[in-house]
Design a protein around this ligand. Sequence first.
Ligand code: GLU
Length: 308
Amino acid sequence: MINIEAILNEIQEEIQPYLYQGNIANYIPALAKVNPDQFAMSIILFDGSSYNIGCCDTKFSIQSISKVFTFTKSLNIYSKELYKRVGKEPSGNPFNSLVQLEYEKGIPRNPFINAGAIVVTDTLLSHYKSKDNTFDNVLNFIKNISDNQNISFDKEVCESEYEHGFRNLALANLMKSFGNIDNCVEDVVKTYFKNCSIAMSTKELARAMLFLANHGVDPITNHQYITSSQAKRVNSVMLTCGHYDASGEFAFHVGLPGKSGVGGGIVAVVPKIMSIAVFSPRLNSWGNSLAGTKALELFTTKSGLSIF
Ligand code: GLU
């Protein structure tokens, strides 16, 4: 068995020069207030043993990592029907692009670009009826998969994003014009922002992802959240679409299904073995954590644990 502790200690040292490269997301003003030089990495195995370096208890805005959880929930409710409204192909476009959506008639390429996650939120809103009930169900799901009731959202980030969320509102309005949003645009986008503003630490995120490393069954509690076929789909879409137009880049360097968020977090799974979360707020030009991506690349290189 590999020595995870030794590998993490090496990563802790080798990652230092990367911590000062890249830029923090500032299009959501509340996110720009975060200390940019932070770093954390957490790994959890199926027996619950966990390995951590850096500020692994610091909560940060999970942003687009929430898209993994909302896609999982909606897929569980609607099954294949969901793909009538959102695709499963990489977009090759930035996360908030409007162009493709126009010529593809309001059907977003996948659930991990903003437009896709907004449609997924709309499906959840139709199922759970109200904004509050939808968010409560998303948050409860995250609490359950994390086996942790102490998870909440950051009101300041949520409000800050809404005040500056013109592009996401534009995406939602464009999709509404094509008939692909059923509920009130404002309710959908507000719920989407609230999902994005959920705050978690790398320790909590690694724990939350464990069921996806194990065919949809939490290996610690043995609770089945989704079928193994659904878990396969969520992991596949993470591999091909989890890092926007840098998804190929991430697969090439890291070789694991993963999902990033502009808050600086990235989650990844090593199927049948472990789940991993990293955090470092400075982003590369595609909007993915620069040091976080590098740390994952170092990990799969040193451990030999990629899916390939
Ligand atoms: N809430 C962010 C947005 O919609 C999520 C983007 C991301 O994390 O990549 O712009």
